[in-house]
Every structure is written in C-alpha cells, then in structure tokens.
Design a protein around this ligand. Structure first.
Ligand code: IPE
Ligand code: IPE
Ligand code: MG
Length: 265
C-alpha cells in the first residue's frame, strides 16, 4: 500500500523502475556515497531558445531519475548540489525562481521520496536562505526520518568552505566553554562538526555539464573521491549516466597514497 500523500500538489507515485531500465551488473561494490553537481540547466534551456529557468524545471526530472537509479543500484548516500553559497550572485529573478522552485520540488516530490524509502536531509547554511525553504526541508526531513534505504542530502545554500567555517565556529565555541581541548582536535572532530556529521566520505563525485571543476562542493568529504565529469547537460542526464559513472569508478585504482610493487609480467 503506497503511503498517503502529505501535500495536495504531490505527483502520483511512480515505481522505482518506471523507465523499465535495470542497473547493469557492476564489477565491484557500489560506491557508498555519491555526490552530484547538477550543472548545465541554463545552457540547456538557452540552446532551446528558452529562459534559464526552464532548464531548472526540466532538471528536476533528471534529479528524480538519478535518485531512483541510485536507489536501484544500492547507493546508500546521495548528495545533490541544488543551490550553492555562490549562487546568490545570479540575477535576483533567477535566485527568486530557484528559492520558490526548491519549495515546489519538496512539496511535489517528498511523498514519492518517502515511498521509495529515501531519507531526506538538508545540508547548508541558514543565513540568507528563505525561511519557507528551510521549513519545507524540515518537513521533508521529519516525514522521511525513519527511512533507511538511501539518504539523500539536499545541498541548498551549501558551500564547502562555509561548511568548514561553520564547523570551526562550533569548535571554537566548544574550546571557549572548555568542552574541547585544542590538542584533541583531529580530522574526526572536524568531520563531526560538519552539517551532516554521520555522512561518510564521498567515494564518487560526478559533475554534469562539461566543466571540470568542483565549485566548492563537498570540499572536506570529497578529498579522496574519484571524479567523473560528464558532458551531458543536467536536463539530459539520467540514471544511465549515473550507472556509467559507477562503471568508470570501478575501473579506477584507489590507492589512498599507498603504493605496492607491481612486477612486470
Ligand atoms: C545548475 O545549472 C543548477 C544550479 C546552479 C541551480 P546552471 O544554472 O548552473 O546551468 P549552466 O551551468 O548555467 O548551464
Ligand atoms: C555549481 O554549479 C552549483 C550547483 C550545481 C548548484 P555552478 O554553475 O553554480 O558553478 P560554476 O559557476 O560553474 O562554478
Ligand atoms: Mg552552471
């Protein structure tokens, strides 16, 4: 029995494999944490002669497809970059659109995410972010809090550097109040003070849209991630692109700084 809708604008439920596609047999365990920079919406729209905002609208279908494909593949943590701390530099009308639109996405899709067993978390900063967006993120977090199939981190007003700054502020307060000794600060202490303390490191970092940069996403968590860049603009990206990126990930040799002799055959 599908769970009842919690919002009148909810979209009808879709099964996870509504496209009829199944993930390929992978050569190894699926990456535990996949982070995605959903880039290229504006260029996609402009190429069709449409305003940038239309790209954001169509991009949501790609996001849902990728979320479903990640659940199908058995990914446990998926982080999606939806609005960066740098995106406030965009035109006031695009910023306003994106804020309102993020709310709409949460309204229309939170029930579907809940039905798929996805736990929604918000990663980002409060200052500047619309209170109504924060409220809707909190409603989605509460609705889905008992789900364990996959955790989806919605990164809204997120910036990797700000995440570290905010962690430093919390730690400085703990030092000031005597709860934390400076000499006890380790990588673990910093990780525990990030927006989502229990989130594992990023294994696979994907960026659509053709740019080869990380744009301040998961600066701390992705320090040893495998980077996969895909030229597809985000509205053209689908679960198949995700599965291909996982195949690319399996072809990589993750050494973490270690080295072993490989004698010539
Ligand atoms: C990514 O697409 C979505 C957001 C940043 C919200 P863009 O809007 O950056 O699209 P391009 O890169 O300009 O094509
Ligand atoms: C990164 O894309 C942010 C999101 C996808 C939300 P941008 O389009 O904002 O990044 P730059 O400008 O190419 O670095
Ligand atoms: Mg962009």
């Amino acid at each position: 029995m599908p769970k009842p809708y919690t919002h009148p604008d909810a979209e009808p439920y879709k099964p996870l494999n509504w496209t009829g596609l199944e993930p390929p047999a992978f050569a190894g365990p699926v990456p535990h944490h996949v982070a995605v920079v959903m880039d290229g919406n504006g260029r996609w729209a402009n190429r069709q002669g449409l305003p940038r905002t239309e790209g954001h609208r169509v991009g949501v279908d790609a996001m849902l497809d990728v979320i479903a494909g990640a659940v199908q593949a058995g990914v446990k943590h998926l982080s999606v970059y939806a609005f960066s701390t740098e995106n406030w530099k965009r035109s006031p009308s695009e910023v306003r659109f994106l804020m309102g639109f993020n709310r709409e996405v949460l309204h229309r899709h939170r029930d579907q995410l809940n039905e798929w067993g996805v736990r929604v978390r918000w990663a980002g900063r409060r200052p500047k972010l619309w209170g109504s967006v924060i409220k809707d993120l909190e409603i989605a977090e509460e609705l889905t809090k008992d789900n364990t199939r996959m955790t989806l981190a919605m990164c809204i007003n997120y910036g990797g550097r700000w995440e570290v700054v905010d962690a430093m502020r919390k730690m400085a307060e703990d030092v000031q109040s005597g709860r934390l000794k400076p000499s006890a600060i380790s990588e673990k202490t910093i990780a525990k003070n990030l927006y989502l303390p229990n989130m594992p490191d990023v294994d696979l970092f994907i960026r659509s849209g053709g740019e080869r940069r990380t744009s301040n996403f998961m600066m701390w968590e992705a320090s040893y991630a495998e980077l996969v860049f895909d030229d597809a603009l985000w509205p053209e990206f689908s679960r198949e692109n995700l599965w291909r990126a996982i195949q690319t990930f399996h072809a990589r040799d993750r050494r973490y700084g270690g080295a072993v002799d490989v004698p010539r055959a």
